[in-house]
Write a protein that binds this ligand. Structure first.
Ligand SMILES: [Zn+2]
Length: 414
């Protein structure tokens, strides 16, 4: 049987059902962690994993997990998965497409009857997006031992309800959070299929992307403090105009990123000025910077330049500046061997593919420095994502399933 045809049908059927678990029908998919919609998706995924031949359970933080056992159950485990939560009014592919692809891979392996040297565990991760608690990758971080009791008490939603409280409402025992950690010695590899969420594959008419690395990231908030004065009576030379200083720094971001010549990107996505009035010089301006690159040195260089610019422009007029670093995440490399294996399968099937860097964070990033990890990207139409217009082709998702299935089949019998 043509496995891509079967995979395509199963992916389509499952995604069509899963998009109904939303709190915003008609306005994209909204499936926040621990919500009623999440419960619906969890029950459905669990049932589908079981029908695919997996032994399932839902863990303490709401990850849905299904195991296809090896011949020797003490054997190491290959993990494959992605997330089932969404942003607010997001699309019907981000995360969940990778989950149903993983279920297809497991189902095809179970049906193939080939002996299995490794356990295969399919995981639908909870709370990758960080929509509720501002952090993200809760499910994958819990499994890699990066979540403790303090973390789940400390992080809260906008109503001040902690992850711990949500876990209790979900019916889990937060005191056991430490028991979730997997023994990484017994994890053979991690695979994730995900939509690209950018325009490159669609624009260049590639069918698949093999991810070679995930960018490092610096996210920070700069606060410039100056002085509120009259916009008419204060000479230009006597101002501490914080919007003016911020604009000088922000306008340099694109040039500093371009200068690195390696795809580095820098974004100011948020500005807030005080008092924010037409005839008052702003006494305070806050703005964010998000700097990403596959080279950690590039992130550091852009950061240093920005810091120097802030110092220079604030010193000139006697204003001051403080930068709060919200997140600093190093770049990670995917397994070169797995990249090469997947690329080889693309060539065998004559799929048009490219190797590429991921500019977005994913659950795979959490595993990448611990086990051999790889990701496959599927084109996103017009590069749209995190919006109802998000679209990928079922046929492309099925091609991703095909190459991962092929590589896993090889690994299972080697
Ligand atoms: Zn995602």
């Amino acid at each position: 049987m043509d496995i891509t045809y079967q995979a395509e049908c199963d992916i389509k059927r499952r995604l069509k059902q899963l998009r109904t678990y939303t709190s915003t029908p008609g306005k994209g998919v909204t499936r926040l962690p621990f919500s009623e919609e999440a419960k619906g998706a969890v029950a459905y995924l669990k049932a589908e994993m079981e029908s695919a031949g997996l032994k399932t359970f839902v863990d303490l933080v709401g990850n849905v997990r299904g195991v296809l056992p090896a011949e020797n159950v003490d054997a190491p485990t290959i993990i494959m998965g992605s997330h089932y939560d969404t942003v607010k009014s997001g699309g019907e592919y981000d995360g969940i497409a990778g989950v149903v692809c993983a279920v297809s891979v497991a189902e095809l392996l179970a049906q193939s009857g080939i002996p299995r040297k490794y356990n295969l565990e399919i995981i639908a991760f909870n709370d990758e997006e960080g929509m509720m608690f501002g952090s993200g990758c809760l499910g994958s971080k819990a499994l890699t031992g990066q979540i403790d009791r303090h973390y789940i008490e400390h992080l809260t939603d906008e109503n001040g309800i902690s992850i711990r409280e949500w876990m209790l409402r979900w019916g889990s025992d937060p005191e056991k959070i430490d028991t979730l950690k997997l023994d990484m010695e017994k994890v053979k590899a991690f695979f994730e299929i995900h939509i690209e969420q950018g325009p490159v594959l669609d624009e260049k008419k590639y069918e698949l992307g093999i991810v070679t690395g995930i960018v490092g990231l610096l996210r920070c908030m700069a606060t410039i403090e100056g002085r509120a004065d009259h916009a008419g009576t204060t000479p230009m030379s006597m101002r501490q105009d914080t919007i003016n200083i911020a604009s000088k720094v922000i306008s340099r971001l694109d040039g500093l990123a371009d200068r690195e010549q390696n795809g580095t990107v820098a974004t100011c996505g948020f500005i807030r000025a005080y008092p924010n009035a037409m005839n008052v010089i702003a006494s305070k301006t806050e703005f964010t910077m998000d700097i990403r690159s596959i080279s950690d040195d590039s992130v550091d260089r852009v950061q240093e330049e920005v810091w120097a610019l802030l110092d220079e422009h604030t010193a000139k007029c006697g204003a001051s500046c403080d930068v709060d670093i919200k997140l600093r995440q190093p770049a990670v490399r995917m397994s070169g061997e797995l990249v090469e294996r997947l690329a080889g399968k693309c060539r065998e099937h004559d799929y048009k593919y490219m190797e590429m860097v991921s500019g977005a964070a994913h659950d795979a990033m959490v595993f990448a420095d611990k086990v051999d990890t790889v990701m496959v990207f599927v084109p996103s139409r017009n590069g749209r994502s995190h919006c109802p217009e998000e679209h990928s082709e079922y046929a492309d998702l099925a091609k991703a399933v095909q190459i991962v299935f092929d590589v896993m089949t090889d690994m299972m019998v080697e």
